[in-house]
Design a protein around this ligand. Structure first.
Ligand code: BES
Ligand code: MN
Ligand code: ZN
Length: 512
Protein backbone atom coordinates (compact mmCIF):
# COMPACT_ATOMS: atom_id res chain seq x y z
CA UNK A 1 0.00 0.00 0.00
CA UNK A 2 1.45 3.34 -1.10
CA UNK A 3 0.49 6.56 0.70
CA UNK A 4 0.72 10.11 -0.52
CA UNK A 5 -0.73 13.56 0.13
CA UNK A 6 -2.97 15.30 -2.32
CA UNK A 7 -4.88 18.57 -2.27
CA UNK A 8 -7.52 20.38 -4.22
CA UNK A 9 -11.28 20.18 -4.60
CA UNK A 10 -12.97 16.77 -4.95
CA UNK A 11 -13.35 17.39 -8.71
CA UNK A 12 -9.53 17.38 -8.96
CA UNK A 13 -9.13 14.01 -7.25
CA UNK A 14 -8.86 10.90 -9.31
CA UNK A 15 -9.41 7.78 -7.25
CA UNK A 16 -11.55 4.68 -7.14
CA UNK A 17 -13.33 6.27 -4.22
CA UNK A 18 -13.29 9.43 -2.13
CA UNK A 19 -13.79 8.76 1.58
CA UNK A 20 -15.45 11.50 3.62
CA UNK A 21 -16.42 11.69 7.29
CA UNK A 22 -19.84 12.48 8.73
CA UNK A 23 -20.73 13.05 12.35
CA UNK A 24 -23.89 11.97 14.14
CA UNK A 25 -25.27 15.53 13.97
CA UNK A 26 -25.56 15.14 10.19
CA UNK A 27 -24.03 18.58 9.54
CA UNK A 28 -21.82 18.49 6.46
CA UNK A 29 -18.64 20.55 6.43
CA UNK A 30 -15.11 20.44 5.04
CA UNK A 31 -14.46 17.77 2.43
CA UNK A 32 -17.86 16.13 2.93
CA UNK A 33 -19.61 19.38 2.11
CA UNK A 34 -17.38 20.00 -0.91
CA UNK A 35 -18.09 16.50 -2.23
CA UNK A 36 -21.79 16.97 -1.54
CA UNK A 37 -22.03 20.11 -3.65
CA UNK A 38 -20.02 18.40 -6.39
CA UNK A 39 -22.69 15.66 -6.37
CA UNK A 40 -25.68 17.99 -6.26
CA UNK A 41 -26.60 17.21 -2.67
CA UNK A 42 -26.39 13.39 -2.90
CA UNK A 43 -24.65 13.03 0.47
CA UNK A 44 -27.14 15.28 2.24
CA UNK A 45 -29.92 13.18 0.69
CA UNK A 46 -28.43 9.95 2.02
CA UNK A 47 -28.20 11.47 5.49
CA UNK A 48 -31.75 12.82 5.30
CA UNK A 49 -33.03 9.40 4.26
CA UNK A 50 -31.68 7.90 7.51
CA UNK A 51 -29.61 5.34 5.60
CA UNK A 52 -26.65 6.40 7.71
CA UNK A 53 -26.80 8.14 11.09
CA UNK A 54 -23.10 8.95 11.42
CA UNK A 55 -22.37 6.32 14.03
CA UNK A 56 -18.81 4.98 14.29
CA UNK A 57 -18.19 2.21 11.77
CA UNK A 58 -21.26 2.98 9.65
CA UNK A 59 -20.58 3.29 5.93
CA UNK A 60 -22.69 4.12 2.91
CA UNK A 61 -21.55 4.13 -0.70
CA UNK A 62 -22.68 6.83 -3.10
CA UNK A 63 -21.85 6.30 -6.77
CA UNK A 64 -20.54 9.37 -8.52
CA UNK A 65 -20.76 8.65 -12.22
CA UNK A 66 -19.07 11.25 -14.35
CA UNK A 67 -16.70 12.31 -11.55
CA UNK A 68 -12.96 11.70 -11.47
CA UNK A 69 -13.50 10.07 -8.08
CA UNK A 70 -15.87 7.31 -9.04
CA UNK A 71 -17.59 6.82 -5.71
CA UNK A 72 -17.93 8.52 -2.35
CA UNK A 73 -17.81 6.39 0.75
CA UNK A 74 -19.46 8.21 3.63
CA UNK A 75 -18.06 6.93 6.94
CA UNK A 76 -19.56 7.68 10.35
CA UNK A 77 -17.32 9.24 13.00
CA UNK A 78 -19.83 9.28 15.88
CA UNK A 79 -20.62 12.29 18.06
CA UNK A 80 -18.78 15.41 16.99
CA UNK A 81 -18.17 16.56 20.57
CA UNK A 82 -16.62 13.17 21.42
CA UNK A 83 -14.28 13.14 18.42
CA UNK A 84 -10.85 11.71 19.17
CA UNK A 85 -8.10 11.79 16.57
CA UNK A 86 -7.24 8.16 17.36
CA UNK A 87 -10.68 7.30 15.97
CA UNK A 88 -9.30 8.01 12.50
CA UNK A 89 -7.59 4.61 12.53
CA UNK A 90 -11.00 2.92 12.59
CA UNK A 91 -12.31 5.44 10.04
CA UNK A 92 -9.57 4.55 7.55
CA UNK A 93 -9.75 0.85 8.41
CA UNK A 94 -13.50 0.74 7.75
CA UNK A 95 -13.00 2.44 4.37
CA UNK A 96 -10.20 0.08 3.36
CA UNK A 97 -12.17 -3.02 4.35
CA UNK A 98 -15.43 -1.92 2.72
CA UNK A 99 -13.93 -0.69 -0.55
CA UNK A 100 -11.06 -3.15 -0.74
CA UNK A 101 -13.47 -6.08 -0.71
CA UNK A 102 -15.35 -4.45 -3.59
CA UNK A 103 -12.41 -4.38 -5.98
CA UNK A 104 -11.57 -0.69 -5.46
CA UNK A 105 -7.79 -0.25 -5.71
CA UNK A 106 -7.19 3.45 -4.96
CA UNK A 107 -8.66 5.71 -2.29
CA UNK A 108 -8.55 9.38 -1.44
CA UNK A 109 -9.26 9.81 2.27
CA UNK A 110 -10.45 13.19 3.59
CA UNK A 111 -9.66 14.41 7.09
CA UNK A 112 -12.32 16.05 9.29
CA UNK A 113 -11.90 19.74 10.21
CA UNK A 114 -12.03 18.59 13.86
CA UNK A 115 -8.36 17.54 13.74
CA UNK A 116 -7.47 21.25 13.97
CA UNK A 117 -3.71 21.67 13.83
CA UNK A 118 -2.99 17.98 14.49
CA UNK A 119 -2.60 16.93 10.85
CA UNK A 120 0.51 14.92 11.73
CA UNK A 121 -1.23 12.69 14.29
CA UNK A 122 -4.34 12.47 12.13
CA UNK A 123 -2.41 11.23 9.11
CA UNK A 124 -0.51 8.74 11.29
CA UNK A 125 -3.77 7.21 12.52
CA UNK A 126 -5.16 7.09 8.98
CA UNK A 127 -2.07 5.25 7.71
CA UNK A 128 -1.98 2.88 10.69
CA UNK A 129 -5.68 2.06 10.43
CA UNK A 130 -5.63 1.67 6.64
CA UNK A 131 -2.81 -0.86 6.89
CA UNK A 132 -4.43 -2.72 9.78
CA UNK A 133 -7.62 -2.96 7.70
CA UNK A 134 -5.87 -4.96 4.97
CA UNK A 135 -5.26 -8.08 7.07
CA UNK A 136 -7.65 -11.02 7.09
CA UNK A 137 -7.35 -14.24 9.02
CA UNK A 138 -7.81 -16.39 5.89
CA UNK A 139 -4.13 -16.47 4.90
CA UNK A 140 -3.94 -20.27 4.98
CA UNK A 141 -6.84 -20.74 2.56
CA UNK A 142 -5.82 -21.75 -0.94
CA UNK A 143 -8.13 -18.95 -2.05
CA UNK A 144 -8.30 -16.30 0.67
CA UNK A 145 -11.77 -14.77 0.70
CA UNK A 146 -12.10 -11.44 -1.13
CA UNK A 147 -8.55 -10.15 -0.71
CA UNK A 148 -8.16 -6.43 -0.19
CA UNK A 149 -6.59 -5.03 -3.32
CA UNK A 150 -6.05 -1.38 -2.40
CA UNK A 151 -2.60 -0.27 -3.53
CA UNK A 152 -2.83 3.54 -3.29
CA UNK A 153 -4.14 5.71 -0.46
CA UNK A 154 -4.05 9.48 -0.83
CA UNK A 155 -4.72 11.64 2.21
CA UNK A 156 -6.55 14.75 1.10
CA UNK A 157 -5.07 17.92 2.61
CA UNK A 158 -7.99 20.07 1.43
CA UNK A 159 -11.17 20.21 3.50
CA UNK A 160 -13.57 22.70 1.89
CA UNK A 161 -11.89 26.09 2.18
CA UNK A 162 -9.31 24.77 4.64
CA UNK A 163 -5.81 23.45 3.78
CA UNK A 164 -4.00 21.23 6.28
CA UNK A 165 -0.21 21.28 6.57
CA UNK A 166 1.08 18.95 3.84
CA UNK A 167 4.47 18.40 5.47
CA UNK A 168 2.76 17.44 8.72
CA UNK A 169 0.60 14.94 6.86
CA UNK A 170 3.67 13.50 5.14
CA UNK A 171 5.55 12.93 8.36
CA UNK A 172 2.41 11.50 9.95
CA UNK A 173 2.08 9.04 7.07
CA UNK A 174 5.70 7.91 7.47
CA UNK A 175 5.20 7.26 11.17
CA UNK A 176 1.76 5.67 10.86
CA UNK A 177 2.92 3.36 8.08
CA UNK A 178 5.79 2.02 10.20
CA UNK A 179 3.40 1.46 13.10
CA UNK A 180 0.71 -0.11 10.92
CA UNK A 181 3.24 -2.49 9.35
CA UNK A 182 4.48 -3.44 12.83
CA UNK A 183 0.94 -4.04 14.07
CA UNK A 184 0.34 -6.30 11.07
CA UNK A 185 3.62 -8.12 11.60
CA UNK A 186 2.59 -8.95 15.17
CA UNK A 187 -0.82 -10.11 13.94
CA UNK A 188 0.59 -12.33 11.19
CA UNK A 189 3.09 -13.92 13.58
CA UNK A 190 0.26 -14.57 16.04
CA UNK A 191 -2.02 -16.02 13.36
CA UNK A 192 0.62 -18.53 12.31
CA UNK A 193 -0.48 -21.88 13.75
CA UNK A 194 1.71 -23.68 16.25
CA UNK A 195 2.79 -26.41 13.80
CA UNK A 196 4.57 -23.64 11.88
CA UNK A 197 5.14 -21.20 14.76
CA UNK A 198 7.64 -23.02 16.97
CA UNK A 199 10.18 -21.32 19.25
CA UNK A 200 12.83 -21.85 16.55
CA UNK A 201 10.55 -20.27 13.94
CA UNK A 202 10.02 -17.24 16.20
CA UNK A 203 13.80 -17.06 16.63
CA UNK A 204 14.23 -17.06 12.84
CA UNK A 205 11.64 -14.27 12.50
CA UNK A 206 13.51 -12.22 15.10
CA UNK A 207 16.70 -12.73 13.10
CA UNK A 208 14.96 -11.49 9.94
CA UNK A 209 13.68 -8.41 11.78
CA UNK A 210 17.17 -7.69 13.09
CA UNK A 211 18.63 -7.95 9.59
CA UNK A 212 15.97 -5.73 8.04
CA UNK A 213 16.13 -2.99 10.69
CA UNK A 214 19.74 -3.08 11.92
CA UNK A 215 19.00 -4.35 15.42
CA UNK A 216 21.40 -6.53 17.41
CA UNK A 217 20.14 -10.09 17.81
CA UNK A 218 20.98 -13.16 19.81
CA UNK A 219 19.09 -16.17 21.11
CA UNK A 220 19.96 -18.65 23.84
CA UNK A 221 19.35 -22.32 23.12
CA UNK A 222 18.53 -24.79 25.90
CA UNK A 223 22.16 -25.61 26.69
CA UNK A 224 22.95 -21.90 27.05
CA UNK A 225 19.86 -21.40 29.21
CA UNK A 226 20.93 -24.31 31.40
CA UNK A 227 24.35 -22.73 31.83
CA UNK A 228 22.64 -19.54 33.00
CA UNK A 229 20.49 -21.40 35.52
CA UNK A 230 17.21 -20.72 33.75
CA UNK A 231 15.51 -23.74 35.27
CA UNK A 232 12.07 -22.18 35.19
CA UNK A 233 11.63 -21.88 31.40
CA UNK A 234 13.46 -25.20 30.97
CA UNK A 235 10.90 -26.83 33.27
CA UNK A 236 8.09 -25.67 30.98
CA UNK A 237 9.94 -26.78 27.86
CA UNK A 238 10.69 -30.32 29.13
CA UNK A 239 7.34 -31.71 28.01
CA UNK A 240 7.91 -30.74 24.38
CA UNK A 241 10.12 -32.09 21.61
CA UNK A 242 10.56 -28.52 20.37
CA UNK A 243 13.50 -26.74 22.01
CA UNK A 244 12.87 -23.48 23.85
CA UNK A 245 14.66 -20.25 22.98
CA UNK A 246 15.40 -16.99 24.80
CA UNK A 247 15.24 -14.45 21.97
CA UNK A 248 16.81 -10.99 22.28
CA UNK A 249 16.71 -7.95 19.98
CA UNK A 250 18.59 -4.82 20.98
CA UNK A 251 18.34 -1.24 19.79
CA UNK A 252 20.89 1.30 20.98
CA UNK A 253 19.55 4.77 20.24
CA UNK A 254 21.45 6.65 22.94
CA UNK A 255 24.92 5.16 23.52
CA UNK A 256 25.75 7.93 26.01
CA UNK A 257 23.00 6.79 28.38
CA UNK A 258 23.08 3.87 30.77
CA UNK A 259 19.27 3.80 30.76
CA UNK A 260 17.78 0.79 29.02
CA UNK A 261 14.12 -0.14 28.67
CA UNK A 262 13.38 -3.85 28.40
CA UNK A 263 10.23 -4.99 26.59
CA UNK A 264 9.53 -8.60 27.54
CA UNK A 265 6.83 -10.69 25.82
CA UNK A 266 5.46 -14.15 26.59
CA UNK A 267 6.24 -16.30 23.56
CA UNK A 268 4.42 -19.51 24.47
CA UNK A 269 3.93 -20.91 20.98
CA UNK A 270 1.34 -23.43 22.15
CA UNK A 271 -0.21 -23.88 25.57
CA UNK A 272 -1.88 -27.26 26.11
CA UNK A 273 -1.72 -26.68 29.84
CA UNK A 274 0.86 -29.47 30.16
CA UNK A 275 0.05 -32.30 32.61
CA UNK A 276 -2.63 -30.00 34.12
CA UNK A 277 -4.11 -30.20 30.64
CA UNK A 278 -6.70 -27.74 29.38
CA UNK A 279 -10.17 -28.79 28.20
CA UNK A 280 -10.42 -29.33 24.42
CA UNK A 281 -12.94 -26.51 24.02
CA UNK A 282 -11.10 -23.42 22.72
CA UNK A 283 -7.67 -25.03 23.20
CA UNK A 284 -6.85 -24.19 19.57
CA UNK A 285 -6.83 -20.51 20.59
CA UNK A 286 -3.72 -21.21 22.61
CA UNK A 287 -1.67 -20.75 19.44
CA UNK A 288 -2.19 -17.08 20.39
CA UNK A 289 -0.27 -17.56 23.63
CA UNK A 290 2.75 -15.92 21.97
CA UNK A 291 0.99 -12.60 21.24
CA UNK A 292 3.09 -10.79 23.84
CA UNK A 293 6.27 -12.08 22.22
CA UNK A 294 5.03 -11.21 18.74
CA UNK A 295 4.21 -7.73 20.04
CA UNK A 296 7.74 -7.28 21.37
CA UNK A 297 9.38 -8.37 18.10
CA UNK A 298 7.06 -6.16 16.05
CA UNK A 299 7.54 -3.15 18.34
CA UNK A 300 11.32 -3.62 18.08
CA UNK A 301 10.98 -3.66 14.31
CA UNK A 302 9.16 -0.30 14.41
CA UNK A 303 11.70 1.12 16.89
CA UNK A 304 14.56 0.07 14.62
CA UNK A 305 12.98 2.10 11.83
CA UNK A 306 11.86 5.15 13.84
CA UNK A 307 15.28 5.35 15.55
CA UNK A 308 14.32 7.24 18.75
CA UNK A 309 17.09 8.46 21.07
CA UNK A 310 16.71 5.78 23.74
CA UNK A 311 18.04 2.26 24.39
CA UNK A 312 15.58 -0.61 24.14
CA UNK A 313 15.99 -4.32 24.49
CA UNK A 314 13.30 -6.80 23.46
CA UNK A 315 13.26 -10.22 25.16
CA UNK A 316 11.01 -13.11 24.19
CA UNK A 317 11.07 -16.36 26.14
CA UNK A 318 9.73 -18.87 23.60
CA UNK A 319 8.55 -22.36 24.50
CA UNK A 320 5.78 -24.87 24.01
CA UNK A 321 3.82 -26.19 27.01
CA UNK A 322 3.19 -29.87 26.24
CA UNK A 323 2.39 -32.94 28.35
CA UNK A 324 5.21 -35.14 26.97
CA UNK A 325 6.62 -38.00 29.01
CA UNK A 326 9.41 -35.82 30.36
CA UNK A 327 7.02 -32.98 31.20
CA UNK A 328 7.22 -31.18 34.52
CA UNK A 329 4.63 -32.48 36.96
CA UNK A 330 2.51 -30.75 39.59
CA UNK A 331 4.60 -30.71 42.75
CA UNK A 332 7.91 -30.41 40.91
CA UNK A 333 10.22 -27.67 42.08
CA UNK A 334 12.07 -25.50 39.59
CA UNK A 335 14.95 -23.11 40.22
CA UNK A 336 14.90 -19.81 38.30
CA UNK A 337 17.93 -17.81 37.14
CA UNK A 338 17.91 -15.63 40.29
CA UNK A 339 18.08 -18.78 42.46
CA UNK A 340 14.48 -18.61 43.65
CA UNK A 341 12.74 -21.97 43.90
CA UNK A 342 9.24 -22.45 42.53
CA UNK A 343 6.75 -25.17 43.40
CA UNK A 344 4.72 -26.05 40.31
CA UNK A 345 1.16 -26.39 41.59
CA UNK A 346 -0.41 -26.20 38.14
CA UNK A 347 1.58 -26.80 34.95
CA UNK A 348 -0.92 -24.56 33.12
CA UNK A 349 0.41 -21.53 35.00
CA UNK A 350 3.45 -21.71 32.70
CA UNK A 351 3.51 -18.11 31.43
CA UNK A 352 4.82 -16.78 34.71
CA UNK A 353 7.46 -19.56 34.71
CA UNK A 354 8.96 -18.61 31.35
CA UNK A 355 8.69 -14.90 32.18
CA UNK A 356 10.50 -15.40 35.51
CA UNK A 357 13.76 -16.26 33.74
CA UNK A 358 13.17 -13.64 31.03
CA UNK A 359 12.78 -10.92 33.67
CA UNK A 360 15.99 -12.06 35.40
CA UNK A 361 17.77 -12.03 32.05
CA UNK A 362 16.47 -8.51 31.32
CA UNK A 363 18.18 -7.34 34.49
CA UNK A 364 21.40 -9.19 33.64
CA UNK A 365 21.38 -7.42 30.28
CA UNK A 366 21.21 -4.07 32.05
CA UNK A 367 17.54 -3.14 31.97
CA UNK A 368 16.77 -0.10 34.11
CA UNK A 369 13.03 -0.26 33.39
CA UNK A 370 10.94 -3.26 32.35
CA UNK A 371 7.54 -3.65 30.72
CA UNK A 372 6.23 -7.14 30.07
CA UNK A 373 3.20 -8.21 28.04
CA UNK A 374 1.66 -11.64 28.34
CA UNK A 375 -1.53 -13.56 27.63
CA UNK A 376 -1.16 -14.56 31.25
CA UNK A 377 -4.52 -15.26 32.88
CA UNK A 378 -8.08 -16.17 31.99
CA UNK A 379 -8.97 -14.17 35.11
CA UNK A 380 -8.17 -10.89 33.37
CA UNK A 381 -11.00 -11.62 30.91
CA UNK A 382 -13.34 -12.08 33.89
CA UNK A 383 -12.20 -8.73 35.30
CA UNK A 384 -11.98 -6.51 32.20
CA UNK A 385 -13.55 -8.53 29.38
CA UNK A 386 -12.00 -7.88 26.03
CA UNK A 387 -12.04 -4.12 26.51
CA UNK A 388 -8.81 -3.27 28.28
CA UNK A 389 -5.42 -4.67 29.16
CA UNK A 390 -4.85 -5.22 32.88
CA UNK A 391 -1.92 -3.07 33.99
CA UNK A 392 0.02 -3.78 37.18
CA UNK A 393 3.24 -2.26 38.44
CA UNK A 394 5.70 -1.92 41.30
CA UNK A 395 6.20 1.78 40.50
CA UNK A 396 3.21 4.12 40.47
CA UNK A 397 4.96 7.02 38.73
CA UNK A 398 6.26 4.84 35.89
CA UNK A 399 2.86 3.20 35.58
CA UNK A 400 0.96 6.51 35.48
CA UNK A 401 3.24 7.87 32.79
CA UNK A 402 2.79 4.68 30.76
CA UNK A 403 -1.00 4.97 31.09
CA UNK A 404 -0.86 8.62 29.96
CA UNK A 405 1.18 7.70 26.89
CA UNK A 406 -1.03 4.70 26.09
CA UNK A 407 -4.05 7.04 26.04
CA UNK A 408 -2.63 8.66 22.90
CA UNK A 409 -3.05 5.33 21.06
CA UNK A 410 -6.11 3.27 20.11
CA UNK A 411 -5.26 0.69 22.77
CA UNK A 412 -6.87 0.63 26.22
CA UNK A 413 -5.08 -0.08 29.50
CA UNK A 414 -6.53 -0.20 33.01
CA UNK A 415 -4.54 0.06 36.23
CA UNK A 416 -5.15 -2.75 38.72
CA UNK A 417 -3.69 -2.84 42.25
CA UNK A 418 -0.68 -4.94 43.14
CA UNK A 419 -1.14 -5.08 46.92
CA UNK A 420 1.75 -6.35 49.07
CA UNK A 421 -0.41 -9.16 50.46
CA UNK A 422 -0.45 -10.85 47.04
CA UNK A 423 3.28 -11.43 47.50
CA UNK A 424 2.42 -13.44 50.61
CA UNK A 425 -0.26 -15.36 48.70
CA UNK A 426 2.29 -16.63 46.16
CA UNK A 427 4.63 -18.05 48.83
CA UNK A 428 5.01 -21.83 48.94
CA UNK A 429 5.30 -24.10 51.96
CA UNK A 430 8.16 -26.13 50.48
CA UNK A 431 9.78 -23.60 48.09
CA UNK A 432 10.12 -19.82 47.81
CA UNK A 433 7.13 -19.42 45.51
CA UNK A 434 4.23 -21.42 44.11
CA UNK A 435 3.02 -20.84 40.58
CA UNK A 436 -0.69 -21.07 41.30
CA UNK A 437 -2.92 -19.94 44.14
CA UNK A 438 -6.69 -19.97 44.59
CA UNK A 439 -9.18 -18.38 42.22
CA UNK A 440 -9.22 -15.06 44.04
CA UNK A 441 -7.54 -12.16 42.20
CA UNK A 442 -5.92 -14.57 39.72
CA UNK A 443 -4.43 -11.83 37.52
CA UNK A 444 -3.04 -9.95 40.49
CA UNK A 445 -1.42 -12.96 42.16
CA UNK A 446 0.14 -13.80 38.78
CA UNK A 447 1.58 -10.27 38.72
CA UNK A 448 2.81 -10.68 42.32
CA UNK A 449 4.65 -13.83 41.21
CA UNK A 450 6.41 -11.91 38.41
CA UNK A 451 7.27 -9.12 40.84
CA UNK A 452 9.57 -11.55 42.68
CA UNK A 453 11.88 -11.54 39.63
CA UNK A 454 12.28 -7.82 38.91
CA UNK A 455 13.98 -6.77 42.16
CA UNK A 456 13.90 -2.98 42.55
CA UNK A 457 13.70 -2.29 38.80
CA UNK A 458 10.65 -0.16 37.89
CA UNK A 459 8.39 -2.60 36.10
CA UNK A 460 4.95 -2.75 34.49
CA UNK A 461 3.08 -5.96 33.72
CA UNK A 462 0.45 -5.98 30.96
CA UNK A 463 -2.00 -8.91 30.94
CA UNK A 464 -3.20 -8.96 27.33
CA UNK A 465 -5.15 -12.26 27.54
CA UNK A 466 -8.40 -10.37 26.88
CA UNK A 467 -7.14 -7.90 24.29
CA UNK A 468 -4.51 -9.66 22.15
CA UNK A 469 -7.09 -11.37 19.95
CA UNK A 470 -10.80 -11.11 19.30
CA UNK A 471 -13.67 -13.19 18.00
CA UNK A 472 -15.56 -10.12 16.89
CA UNK A 473 -14.87 -8.70 13.49
CA UNK A 474 -15.46 -4.95 13.38
CA UNK A 475 -15.89 -2.67 10.38
CA UNK A 476 -12.21 -1.75 10.59
CA UNK A 477 -10.46 -4.89 11.85
CA UNK A 478 -10.68 -8.60 11.05
CA UNK A 479 -11.17 -11.13 13.80
CA UNK A 480 -8.09 -12.76 15.28
CA UNK A 481 -5.00 -11.03 16.67
CA UNK A 482 -5.37 -7.30 17.31
CA UNK A 483 -1.75 -6.16 17.48
CA UNK A 484 -1.83 -5.38 21.22
CA UNK A 485 0.52 -4.11 22.72
CA UNK A 486 2.56 -2.84 19.75
CA UNK A 487 0.99 0.63 19.64
CA UNK A 488 1.49 1.34 23.35
CA UNK A 489 5.02 -0.11 23.33
CA UNK A 490 6.10 2.14 20.47
CA UNK A 491 4.38 5.17 22.01
CA UNK A 492 6.14 4.54 25.34
CA UNK A 493 9.55 4.29 23.69
CA UNK A 494 8.97 7.50 21.72
CA UNK A 495 7.81 9.33 24.85
CA UNK A 496 10.95 8.19 26.67
CA UNK A 497 13.11 9.44 23.80
CA UNK A 498 11.47 12.85 23.99
CA UNK A 499 12.34 13.26 27.68
CA UNK A 500 15.50 15.26 28.32
CA UNK A 501 18.38 13.01 29.35
CA UNK A 502 18.55 14.33 32.94
CA UNK A 503 14.91 13.31 33.45
CA UNK A 504 15.55 9.85 32.03
CA UNK A 505 18.49 9.40 34.37
CA UNK A 506 16.16 9.73 37.31
CA UNK A 507 17.24 13.10 38.77
CA UNK A 508 13.68 14.42 38.43
CA UNK A 509 10.40 12.75 39.36
CA UNK A 510 9.48 12.27 35.69
CA UNK A 511 9.08 8.55 35.31
CA UNK A 512 9.36 7.96 31.59
N1 BES B 1 -2.32 -18.81 28.43
C1 BES B 1 -3.13 -18.99 29.57
C2 BES B 1 -4.01 -17.78 29.88
C3 BES B 1 -5.12 -17.51 28.90
C4 BES B 1 -6.38 -18.02 29.13
C5 BES B 1 -4.91 -16.70 27.81
C6 BES B 1 -7.40 -17.74 28.24
C7 BES B 1 -5.93 -16.42 26.94
C8 BES B 1 -7.18 -16.93 27.16
C9 BES B 1 -2.26 -19.23 30.80
O1 BES B 1 -1.08 -19.92 30.55
C10 BES B 1 -3.05 -20.05 31.75
O2 BES B 1 -3.35 -21.17 31.43
N2 BES B 1 -3.37 -19.47 32.90
C11 BES B 1 -4.12 -20.14 33.90
C12 BES B 1 -3.48 -19.86 35.22
C13 BES B 1 -4.01 -20.71 36.36
C14 BES B 1 -3.67 -22.17 36.13
C15 BES B 1 -3.42 -20.23 37.66
C16 BES B 1 -5.54 -19.63 33.85
O3 BES B 1 -5.75 -18.45 33.63
O4 BES B 1 -6.46 -20.44 34.02
MN1 MN C 1 -1.35 -22.02 30.63
ZN1 ZN D 1 -0.31 -19.76 28.66
Amino acid sequence: MQFHVTSGAPSALSAGALVVPVFADGRLDGAAQAADSELGGAIADVLASGEIAGKIGEVVLVHASGQSFKRVLVVGLGKREKFDIAGLAAYAGAAVRYLGKRKVTSLAIALPLEIGTHANRAAAFVAEGALAGTIDSTTYRTEPEKPILIDTVAIVATAGAHEFDRAAIESGIAHGAILGEAVNLARILALTPANDMTPKHLEAKAGEIAKATGLKFHALDEAQMLAKGMGSILGVSRGSDEEARMIVLEYIGDPSSSEKLALVGKGLTFDTGGISIKPAQDMHEMKYDMCGGAGVLAAMSAIGQIKPKVNVIGIVPASENMPGSRAMKPGDILRAMNGKTIEVINTDAEGRLILADALCYARELGATKIVDAATLTGAIVVALGHSATGTMSNDDAFCESFLDVAKTTTEKYWHLPLFDEFSTTVKSEIADLRNSTGRAAGSLTAAAFLKAFVGETPWIHLDIAGTAYTDNETASLAKGPTGYPVRAFVALVEAMAEQPAHARNGSTPVAV
